[in-house]
Structure formats: C-alpha cells, structure tokens
Design a protein around this ligand. Structure first.
Ligand code: NAP
Ligand code: ZN
Length: 350
C-alpha cells in the first residue's frame, strides 16, 4: 500500500513553500523506507523551486541532504535494517547495470542518467520524485548510505550534497599534502571544501567576495585569504595554485581565477550550472592550465566521504531551523547570510 506523506514544497516559481500531502510508493523488494530526522538546504533546492535552470516540474518538494532512521526494508534488502541511521543524497536510483553505474558513477548512468531525489522521474512508474523536506522517503537500497556509528546525526545531512560535491573533485585530482588549493565562494559547498581540503593536508586559500567572512575562513581551516574584488590581492596571487574549487552559484567571468593557476593547475567548476561567458584560450595554454567540472560524486565515494568525516571529526557548520522557517531561510541564502548550511530539524514539526 502506498503511504501518505507530509512535506513542504511549492507549486510554481513565484510561490513560497507550503505544507503539502502526497503519496509515497509501496516498498519494492530493494527499497528502504526512512523516517527523515534532518534535511539540509542546498542552493540547488532554491534554484529548482524558482526554476532558475528551467525544467522544474511542480509541485516540487526539494531536499537532497537527508538523514533518518530506517523504518522498513523490502524483501531483498540486506545492507540496511530497521533502526539503522542512514543518509540519502542527490540520487535515489539508476540502472545499476551499465559501466558508469558498475564503476560507481551512478550520476552518469548510461540509461538516462541517475534518478534525482527530487524533480526526477521514477524510472519504474514515471512519477515525479519528491525530496527530503518531508516526513519519510522510500529509496532503492544502493542509494542509501550508512551513517557511521558515533556521528552527531543532527550535523550529518549537509555532507550528502555539499560534502560529497567538494570531496569528490578533491579526491579525483589527488589533492594532498603538497597541494596548494583555493576554494572560491564561502557558502554551503565552499565551507566544506575548505574543511575537507585542509583535512587532506593541502595548503588552503579561501577566495571570497565577503571580507567579513575572513575570520570564519581561518577557523574553518583556511591558511590564507583573498578578497576577489581586490584587484591587487588577485594580481599578487597569480600562478599560485595547483587546484581551484569554484562554487560560485551563478554565471561569472572565470578569467580572473584561471590566472591564479600555476603550471598544469586545474579549476573545477561545481556551482554555475548555466551558460557562462567565454574566456581567452591563451589563459589555458599558458601554464598548461585546465578547466573542468564535477557532478556530486558516486555512492561508494559518498560512503567513503562519510567514513572520512567520521574518522576526522569533520562536520558542516549548521544553523538548525524548523520546517516553517524554510522560506525565510531561502531569502537569507539569496542574501548570502547563511553560516554555512541550514538544516531542517523534523523533530520540531512539519
Ligand atoms: P551558497 O551557500 O549560496 O554559497 C555560494 C557562495 O558563492 C556564496 O556564499 C558566496 O560566497 C559566493 N557567491 C554568491 N554569489 C556570488 C557572485 N555573484 N559572485 C561571486 N561569488 C558569489 O550555495 P551552495 O549551496 O554552496 O551551492 C553553490 C552552487 O553549487 C549552487 O549553484 C548549487 O546549485 C551548486 N551545486 C552543484 C552541485 C554539483 O553537483 N556540481 C551540487 C550541489 C550544489 P562569498 O561570500 O564567499 O563570496
Ligand atoms: Zn545540493
């Protein structure tokens, strides 16, 4: 029998979020049912609600940084059991048969990409997927990660998107003790980028538009700070970095940042998912620089990231809110006022 769920979502790009009731599917044999205790607020949730990228299907119920407790499992599930504390990120399903899926890159599933946690199309019944701003969720077992024993459950949720989206490129490009890393944009993703790169042993520089975040950046683990609007500071940092993680959430000129890369340096863009202005090819040819992108990270890598954070005691800086504060939280996110991730505490009511 499908179950009745409660959540918060929106019916159009110009409407605030409001309480909604909807159905969750009956358990399939490989499904896990989760009572959600916490959901992080990612800037992508806001982009989707406001249809910034086009393609939002309404009503949309966002939320892809999810932590909760297993309440039921399908007949074929072996990895999770009732009572386990688990976590779900941006994906809830994929074909699990193609090369990308088998190699742990489910997001690039060759059969139509992975199924996203919200605003996605369920690959079995065609229904619109609905995310973590809700009381419970049903997810295919492979896409459910285990929260390591002893972790502070209230602060885990943002790891499932902000954490893995920054951990994955840092790992893909071998960031370690000899790396000079810059993180651009001190928001939800950026603050995790700083913590993770520092924990991997890199020398980390925060590049921000907001001078008042300087002290925070150092507390988060940054060794150095550059204010990107200060041309002198930017010029002085030319050719300095091996790796730049760029989390700016909107289109922008990447040339000033490319100039900061040293020989064979790479900038990975994770934030701006929209058309970008061009750049001079000479900036890549000079110093053999590269620019690329990165999409979240795979499920095995997400579990690795959770285990890494548990071992190193790394948590996001969370501001806990009630579900009915979500619209106010979105406005503060737009005004660049969050330090550094909102987490909805479902225990305070939906
Ligand atoms: P966020 O909390 O709003 O942080 C973004 C930060 O970027 C801001 O705190 C600000 O930092 C800086 N910034 C904002 N507007 C800027 C502008 N116009 N120019 C320069 N810097 C600006 O957002 P988030 O949750 O970290 O998400 C960042 C982006 O990543 C979003 O677009 C989101 O959709 C995307 N995302 C991508 C993936 C992926 O798979 N690639 C996954 C998750 C999220 P300062 O004040 O320090 O300048
Ligand atoms: Zn996200």
């Amino acid at each position: 029998m499908p179950t009745q769920a409660k959540g918060w979502g929106t019916e159009s790009a110009d409407q605030p979020l409001r309480p909604m009731s909807f159905e969750r599917r009956d358990l399939r044999p490989n499904d896990v049912a989760i009572r959600i205790t916490h959901a992080g607020i990612c800037h992508s949730d806001l982009h989707t609600c406001r249809d910034d990228w086009g393609g939002t299907r309404y009503p949309t119920i966002p939320g892809h940084e999810i932590v909760g407790t297993v309440t039921a499992v399908g007949s074929e599930v072996t990895r999770h059991a009732i009572g386990d504390t688990v976590a779900v990120g941006c994906m809830v399903d994929s074909c699990m048969e193609c090369t990308q899926c088998l190699e742990g890159w489910e997001v690039f599933c060759e059969r139509g990409g992975s199924t996203f946690t919200y605003n996605g199309k369920d690959r079995h019944d065609g229904s619109l997927t609905k995310g973590g701003y809700s009381d419970h969720i049903i997810v295919r077992d492979h896409f459910v990660c285990s929260v390591p024993q002893g972790m502070d459950v209230a602060r885990v949720a943002p790891l499932l998107c902000a954490g893995i989206t920054t951990y994955s490129p840092l790992r893909q490009y071998g960031v370690g003790e000899s790396s000079k890393v810059a993180v651009v944009g001190l928001g939800g993703l950026g603050h995790m980028g700083v913590k993770l790169a520092a924990a991997m042993g890199a020398h980390v520089t925060m590049i921000t538009t907001t001078p008042s975040k300087g002290a925070d950046a150092r507390e988060l683990g940054a060794h150095d700070l550059i204010i990107s609007t200060d041309a002198e500071q930017m010029a002085a940092a030319g050719n300095r970095f091996n790796f730049i993680l760029n989390t700016i959430p909107v289109a922008h000129d990447i040339q000033p940042y490319l100039m900061l890369l040293g020989r064979a340096g790479r900038m990975v863009i994770v934030g701006a998912i929209e058309p970008m202005p061009g750049y001079h090819g000479g900036l890549l040819i000079s110093h053999n620089r590269a620019v690329g992108g990165s999409a979240i990270g795979g499920i095995p890598e997400t579990q690795e990231m959770l285990d890494f954070c548990a071992a190193k005691d790394i948590y996001p800086d969370c501001e806990m809110i009630r579900m009915d504060q979500v619209n106010e939280a979105y406005e503060r996110l737009l005004k660049n006022e969050v330090r550094y991730r909102f987490v909805i505490d479902m225990a305070q009511g939906l």
